[in-house]
Design a protein around this ligand. Structure first.
Ligand code: DNO
Length: 344
């Protein structure tokens, strides 16, 4: 496996120079953030990003994410043109030597939390999700800002999007995903880029919108939509793991040959549809991180791994979930378990 770390580009307070000093981290996970969703990424811009990462002594390993335009998820409007652009981006990424791309198929909202800086008893703070609070949140109020949301939506865009989604069922979303895969995976196979869908976070419907990449059964259905190694997974332990019915080590062992990218994160389930993000260490949360890493190790996993969200500790401020310290501790912890498994 290769240990990687997410970097948000030039404006990220966690610089490449700092990342380089984390023991065992050699790869960078990043993206181009200023190309509007749906437009193709030029080879020139991709090469610029790659050079910047390489100049810092690191490798550009995974693209997270190439976002999917809402017209594709809704199966309407300009979806064919956006799919065409998506394929152009994949071809350009392949020319730059990238072989793994993460994306998701969540309508409108990416990862969602009710509080981005919940104070924990040890004085650190973490992202949490409280069902009651989310149910009271109004995405149309205009004053909500969550890290995974496309900040370019105006209130009117949001209203019309939510309106359009009203008639879209889970089955429609499955069909639209299949339409996308049938066109994109063919190209991914040609250029040898492994596509890795990220599960829905949290893995249940929010704001009445359909969500489908939520559990083992649905992952199996997803993989069968297009049966190819290039149609694969980003297995995010924290996203799926907030549903206690999802047995993460079992999911890893079942689908290992289709997992290209592993996100490792612990979460503490605090109630029905309620959770807190936790430090990576097993005893900090509800997930058995040792068993998760062991499942990857037993399967001979040779893809990319990254520590996922961290808490804010030692007074650090910055992008919620993506500070330096707690994620660096996570990387070292995962590497420690891996080394012990390798040697035993
Ligand atoms: C959150 C991330 C997600 C992820 C996308 C992938 O921290 O795991 O935002 O990048 O869902 O497309």
């Amino acid at each position: 496996m290769q240990m990687t770390f997410r970097w948000y580009g030039k404006n990220d307070p966690v610089t490449l120079e700092k990342i380089r000093q984390i023991p065992g981290v050699t790869g960078i996970v990043s993206a181009i953030y200023d190309v509007p969703v749906g437009e193709a990424w030029s080879l020139e811009r991709i090469m610029q990003l790659k050079k910047e990462v390489e100049d810092a002594g690191l490798t550009l390993s995974v693209i997270e994410s190439v976002p999917v335009h809402e017209d594709i998820k809704m199966g309407c409007g300009d979806r064919d043109r956006y799919i065409e652009n998506y394929c152009t981006t994949l071809k350009n990424l392949a020319k730059a030597g990238i072989d793994c791309v993460c994306y998701n198929f969540m309508p409108v909202f990416d990862w969602t939390r009710s509080d981005l800086a919940h104070k924990l008893p040890d004085g650190s703070n973490a992202l949490i999700y409280d069902d009651e609070t989310v149910k009271k949140m109004n995405p149309l109020s205009g004053d909500l800002s969550l890290p995974g949301w496309d900040a370019s939506y105006t209130k009117d865009d949001m209203r019309s999007l939510l309106e359009k989604y009203r008639s879209i069922t889970e089955e429609d979303l499955w069909n639209n995903l299949k339409y996308f895969l049938d066109r994109v995976i063919k190209v991914a196979e040609e250029v040898k880029v492994k596509m890795a869908i990220h599960p829905d976070d949290p893995p249940w419907s929010i704001f009445g919108l359909p969500r489908i990449i939520t559990n083992k059964k649905n992952i199996e259905r997803f993989l069968k939509l297009y049966d190819s190694k290039y149609n694969g997974l980003t297995l995010c332990s924290g996203s799926l793991g907030v549903d206690a019915k999802n047995d993460i080590p079992d999911i890893i062992r079942t689908f290992c040959d289709r997992i290209h990218f592993a996100h490792i994160r612990n979460v503490k389930i605090t109630g029905e549809h309620c959770f807190e993000e936790a430090a990576h260490k097993t005893d900090a949360g509800s997930l058995d991180i040792f068993e998760i890493i062991k499942a990857y190790h037993d399967c001979g996993f040779d893809g990319y791994i990254r520590p996922d969200h961290g808490r804010m500790i030692w007074g650090e401020t910055g992008r919620p979930g993506y500070g330096l310290y707690d994620r660096a501790l996570g990387a070292v912890y995962i590497n420690g378990i891996w080394e012990a498994l390798e040697r035993s």
